[in-house]
Write a protein that binds this ligand. Structure first.
Ligand code: C2E
Ligand code: CA
Ligand code: CA
Length: 642
């Protein structure tokens, strides 16, 4: 064997080892369901097979005269080599197409055209034993000779490589930077390998170069460890990002289904762990009945996203409904049956959502209270997307002084003179304009910003109060709303005192309103906070009486100064006799309990007179004034319009 030949064997052995290692690694990952992976593995198999046959040929060629069968074995090995090596070309083409995402828009005709050159070459190779135009072995010396068929093979290879490069460039934007580098590396190494081989026919480095190129792909593209959620075996957020970018860059029409698990609490109670992941694995396995595993993405801690790239609108809808239905049944986990509630959202891309960011917004934003179980299309998504923009607006308003306190005066029921005012929050956002509390308060509570908002309002109120202006104009105290969530924070009283005292306000001029919708479990806590607040010098109002399920005996134990009867009770009294009975009796009950009574939502003279007759203490409503800005309030009071 010549030096060059032994070097060739060494290169082939190295290529074989690299190829085998890649095969093993891919098999260990156990993610062979995806076409891209299958293609990669087929190519590796071919590479391994080719290195083996090349090693074999090189090693036995010096002994070819020792046995009559050897020349035939050598020539057969070469035959297998050519047949399989040529098949690598279209596989490689398809592989690139599947990485760039183009494969999904490949029509049957394009498949045919794409495969024609290789079919021609394969036919030529296959029939070589008949015409010997590709290669032949000299009958006497048993030496290998190339024919014009091999030239054709190289021409066709060049065609596929050019195709590969063209495809890569035209999809440049659809793939990640890492994949661009990996694929560029791949082509370069393969081309260099072939180039060397063409120049130095005896230096067999082509397969070694290919093995190196495959190794590069393995590291940068096929190693999915960082894209897979290990406990679930499905893709993660990063994978979703890559795949969505790709689908959208390829202008594909597809659907997504978001599934939000909503039972973190009950899971914790039943399994003793707040870790939803294990249970999510059960769900993931079930979802594989609806879509392929590589179309399932798990976004920690409780959301699945499925991509449906082949289903028509109706099929997608049907799947979403079936998935939603599945959550009516129980899930078996750790020998217990658990009911998981989940919200399912179906969106068409690009009809309902047309960008990746909004897809993630849909998947990430928590749902409005009382949402439907299964939400389909734009109408239900409008809410979610708006919600997300409101979330951003809340943060913007906090950062840019967009949180503004409005004031709505309250009046004494008998004199109808101004008594106090309630501070009502408004958000003034540069992009969304004015946003009202009914929309942003529940969102701020869910994303944990309500405390910051309430603090800002409290500070503004205290500054206003400390200025002495309200007192001069007849406002004895100002009511500040406190979210129930705020109220049960540790040391809320100390926190409030610090703000009030820090602004130099008089504690007796600040009242706090909390709604009655306190969780029964928190009654004791609420009661103690109320007592501490009162000891600190504030007056406490119960807001929205009549909207929840009041536990009247609990109300007794909580020492509210004033009860604010909700406008729905007042309005109900006008509508029916029963409503009137409810209003009258509530007022009587609170009078007997010696509570102050304020009725809100007073919109006309009749209501005012009715409430005066029933003996309530304070009134509030549009009949006297709508909520107005601080300046307008001062103006109204100064010129006596109130
Ligand atoms: P609320 O505490 O019950 O406030 C009274 C709401 O009724 C206000 O709505 C007010 O504009 C409205 N209103 C007053 N009089 C009338 C009337 O005669 N007719 C009608 N139709 N409505 C009337 P707004 O300002 O939209 O506030 C809604 C809710 O948002 C408030 O209900 C309160 O629960 C919450 N909120 C407002 N400001 C704050 C705040 O600074 N912190 C917290 N945590 N919640 C706030
Ligand atoms: Ca209130
Ligand atoms: Ca109220």
């Amino acid at each position: 064997m010549s030096d060059l030949e032994s070097m060739g064997v060494a290169f082939h052995i190295a290529g074989l080892l690299i190829g085998l290692s890649c095969v093993v690694y891919i098999l260990i990952q156990n993610r062979m369901d995806k076409l891209q992976k299958k293609l990669y593995l087929y190519m590796l198999f071919i590479l391994v097979l080719n290195t083996v046959s090349e090693i074999f040929i090189t090693l036995i060629t010096p002994h070819r005269f020792e046995s009559a069968a050897l020349p035939d074995i050598i020539s057969f090995s070469k035959y297998v080599y050519f047949l399989t090596h040529a098949a690598m070309l279209p596989l490689l083409g398809y592989y690139v197409l599947s990485i760039t995402g183009r494969i999904m828009s490949f029509t049957p005709i394009r498949h045919v055209i794409f495969n024609l050159p290789v079919l021609a070459v394969e036919t030529l190779m296959l029939t070589n034993p008949l015409h010997h135009q590709c290669y032949y072995y000299d009958k006497i010396t048993i030496e290998y000779h190339r024919g014009w068929g091999v030239t054709i093979l190289y021409v066709v290879s060049a065609f596929y490589i050019v195709y590969f490069i063209a495809n890569l460039f035209s999809s440049w934007k659809a793939i990640t930077a890492k994949r661009r580098v990996a694929l560029t590396y791949f082509v370069s190494v393969v081309v260099i390998g072939i180039g060397i081989q063409l120049i130095f026919i005896k230096l067999r480095v082509e397969l070694f170069a290919e093995a190196l190129a495959f190794l590069g792909l393995l590291l940068a593209v096929e190693d999915e460890a960082n894209l897979v959620e290990p406990e679930l075996g499905v893709y993660n957020r990063k994978a979703l990002q890559i795949d969505l970018d790709n689908l959208i860059a390829n202008k594909r029409r597809f659907h997504i289904i978001c599934i939000k698990l909503e039972s973190a609490d009950s899971v914790r109670r039943m399994t003793g762990t707040s870790n939803l992941t294990a249970l999510a694995a059960t769900v993931a396995a079930e979802l594989e009945k609806f879509v392929k595993r590589y179309n399932i993405y798990y976004l920690m801690p409780d959301t699945f996203v499925l991509t449906l790239t082949r289903d028509k609108k109706e099929e997608a809808k049907e799947k979403a409904l079936r998935i939603s239905d599945r959550f009516n049944k129980s899930w078996h986990y750790n020998n217990v049956d658990i009911i998981l509630s989940a919200a399912t959202i179906l969106a068409g891309i690009p009809d309902d959502i047309d960008n990746v960011e909004d897809i993630f917004n849909t998947a990430d934003s928590s749902l409005p209270r009382g949402h439907q179980k299964c939400m389909i299309g734009k109408d239900s998504l409008g809410y979610i997307l708006r919600r997300r923009t409101v979330e951003d607006a809340i943060q913007r308003c906090i950062d840019n002084n967009g949180v503004i306190t409005f004031y709505q005066p309250t009046v004494c029921a008998d004199s109808l003179k101004v008594y106090g005012a309630e501070a009502l929050m408004r958000l003034h956002d540069e992009r969304l304009g004015e946003i009202y509390p009914d929309e942003f308060i529940p969102i701020a509570e869910q994303i944990g910003l309500i405390g910051e908002l309430d603090d800002i309002v409290l500070r503004q109120v205290c500054r206003f109060s400390a200025s002495g202006v309200p007192e001069k104009l007849g406002i004895r105290s100002i009511n500040v709303n406190l979210s129930v969530l705020q109220f049960i924070q540790p040391d809320i009283v100390g926190h409030i005192n610090k703000i009030v005292d820090g602004c130099g306000a008089d504690r007796s001029q600040i009242n706090f309103e909390i709604t009655e919708s306190v969780d029964a479990a928190d009654y004791a806590k609420t009661e103690s906070v109320i007592n501490k607040m009162k000891q600190s010098g504030y007056r406490i109002y119960m807001d929205d009486y009549g909207t929840g399920y009041s536990n009247v005996s609990a109300l007794f134990s909580m020492d509210f100064d004033v009860i604010k009867i909700d406008k729905s009770i007042l309005w109900g009294a006008e509508k029916s006799e029963f409503g009137m009975v409810l209003l009258e009796n509530n007022i009587r009950m609170f009078r007997q309990m010696r509570k102050g009574i304020l009725v809100e939502g007073v919109e006309n003279r009749e209501q005012t007179e009715l409430l005066q007759r029933l003996g309530v203490d304070y009134l509030q409503g549009f009949f006297f004034s709508r909520p107005v800005s601080e300046n307008v309030l001062v103006e109204l009071l100064e010129n006596g319009s109130l």
